[in-house]
Design a protein around this ligand. Structure first.
Ligand code: AP5
Ligand code: MG
Length: 239
């Protein structure tokens, strides 16, 4: 039995029930925010809100936002705050967010963090945000990013080195041909890391300063990392 599943079973036996509320998954490109968000969705039944996925969907649909975002994303820079905040505002109005949500890739500037904090503090019924920062070292991230492949149908995330599909290049679930993200080149990765250090590391410090913050080692098996995040959220929610 995986450690995540056994943790869930133990929790059920103990009669514990975590109301997850708003959760932020923070961390550099490739730390596993998307992979972990999908594990937490299965456990808690709250939605993953990935600003990267929402922006890529806009690019694919050729919307006005997608036309602006495409080139910016391709070179590894950030889409303007006002556009991203507006996109998140629309998504947060969906009724599936009522018991909580997992924000993956947002906020990543202090401006976005200020906007989010203001928005959530205006909702008296909302639990305070819990922030989890996932840590993985640079060389491992480079390998993760250059090896990543995604299913364009079900969005399952693979890695040719560390989490390969059963048949090379084909999704295990959908049978669709896997694709590589346009920004998963070494050059774009280097720019994304530079932007992370300059603009998103201060966001991590912001949430560390507010409390209800945990750091999790992301350089372990996927279910072990997930169990670490669940334990951190349960601990922070119980405080
Ligand atoms: P976004 O899509 O958010 O990209 P990112 O932050 O760079 O993060 P990634 O999605 O690359 O990595 P991840 O942490 O999700 O890792 P994953 O689980 O896939 O943003 C893309 C772009 O959109 C930005 O550059 C920007 O232009 C724009 N954008 C997005 N949000 C924005 C915002 N708020 N404001 C402005 N612009 C914004 O895992 C990576 C690989 O590692 C996979 O292959 C996976 O299989 C493997 N892996 C994961 N976990 C493990 C593990 N434990 N062991 C081994 N392998 C693992
Ligand atoms: Mg991601």
């Amino acid at each position: 039995m995986s450690s995540l599943i056994s943790m869930i079973e133990n929790g059920r036996e103990a009669g514990r029930k975590t109301v997850p509320g708003p959760i932020l998954l923070l961390g550099a490109p490739g730390v596993g925010k998307g992979t972990q968000a999908k594990e937490l969705v299965k456990l808690w039944g709250i939605p993953q809100i990935s600003t990267g996925d929402l922006l890529r969907a806009n690019v694919a649909r050729g919307t006005e936002l997608g036309k602006v975002a495409k080139e910016i994303m391709g070179r590894g820079d950030l889409v303007p705050d006002t556009l991203v905040n507006e996109m998140v505002a629309v998504r947060l109005q969906q009724p599936d967010t009522v018991n909580g949500f997992i924000l993956d890739g947002f906020p990543r500037t202090l401006n976005q963090a200020g906007w989010l904090d203001g928005r959530l503090s205006g909702q008296s019924e909302s639990l305070p945000v819990v922030a989890v920062s996932i840590q993985v070292d640079y060389n491992q991230l480079l390998r993760r990013i250059t090896g990543r492949r995604n299913c364009p149908v079900c969005q399952t995330i693979y890695n040719v080195y560390m989490k390969p599909s059963a048949v090379d290049g084909i999704c295990d679930v959908e049978g669709a041909a896997l694709v590589q993200r346009a920004d998963d080149t070494e050059e774009a990765f280097a720019e994304r890391m530079r932007v992370y250090a300059a603009q998103t590391a201060p966001v991590v410090d912001h949430y560390r300063g507010l409390g209800r913050f945990a750091e999790v080692d992301g350089d372990r098996a996927i279910d072990v990392v997930a169990a670490g995040i669940v334990a951190a959220v349960e601990r922070l929610r119980a405080e």
